[in-house]
Design a protein around this ligand. Structure first.
Ligand code: 13P
Length: 254
């Protein structure tokens, strides 16, 4: 059965002290995660070790990086390689967030290199896709997302795609307070699963966790996560508030 996942993306927020406090607050809640549920904390690079130290005894909660380099180690000032992440026992990395696509010009071809580097180092990508508002208004979102997936992921083998994690984040719903309806999320998630089924077969498509991202909060998480093809969420703003993120975790399907 595919995993149900609540993933926090802190983005470039919080001082070290605030980050330390937020993790402590989260760990003070008693989560009842079952074997099928995962919590990921996507923290900024400088806080990875601190978060890793806090979470070493927690069950089902893992540290996640927000990015990795498209190259192996070498003369790339300021970059962080997947191999470095793995050497710190960080096993998850967000790749292809729309903010990186937009502000740092990361395109589908570059993202496919990042996915390769992560997989080579046994770091699991949380691969983001999603359309801008103009594409949604033109009703072209299905082909837009399909192209993102094909250009960055379709070179992978069936074994590499099995249990993959995708995050569908419509750009118009990120940080805007404007959430896609649970029906819109379900419709796109079913489409994404179908795109994988056509290439890799239904059994593999069914093993992929597809998370929804875009203004998820405690009040709407259960409705969105309740849809059959929505396997949890990638959460920005609401993941910075411990009680909100707790509600989101508690909204995961069993
Ligand atoms: P918000 O939850 O703040 O809308 O951000 C979503 C997001 O971009 C998570 O990666």
């Amino acid at each position: 059965m595919r995993k149900q996942i609540a993933a926090a993306n802190w983005k470039m927020n919080l001082t070290f002290e605030q980050a330390d406090q937020l993790i402590n607050e989260l760990l003070n809640f008693s989560f009842q995660l079952n074997d099928n549920q995962l919590v990921l904390l996507g923290v900024p690079f400088p806080y990875l070790m601190m978060a890793q130290h806090h979470l070493r005894l927690s069950n089902g909660i893992f540290v996640c990086a927000q990015n990795c380099a498209s190259t192996s180690n070498g003369a790339y000032t300021g970059e962080v390689s997947a191999e470095m992440l793995k050497s710190m026992d960080i096993s998850f990395v967000i790749i292809g967030h729309s903010e990186r696509r937009e502000y740092y010009h990361e395109n589908n071809a570059l993202l496919s290199e990042k996915v390769n580097k992560a997989l080579e180092s046994k770091v699991k990508p949380v691969f983001c896709c999603g359309e801008p508002l103009a594409v949604r208004e033109g009703n072209n979102q299905n082909s837009f997302v399909e192209q993102q997936l094909k250009e960055s992921l379709f070179h992978l083998s069936s074994d590499q795609i099995r249990n993959f994690i995708i995050a569908y984040e419509p750009i118009w719903a990120i940080g805007t307070g404007k959430t896609a309806t649970s029906e819109q999320a379900q419709e796109m998630h079913a489409h994404i699963r179908n795109v994988f089924a056509e290439k890799y077969g239904m059994e593999i498509a069914d093993s992929i966790s597809i998370l929804y991202g875009g203004s998820v909060k405690g009040a709407n998480a259960a409705d969105i996560f309740g849809k059959p093809d929505v396997d949890g969420g990638l959460v920005g703003g609401a993941s910075l508030v411990a009680t909100e993120f707790q509600k989101i975790i508690n909204s995961l399907k069993a």
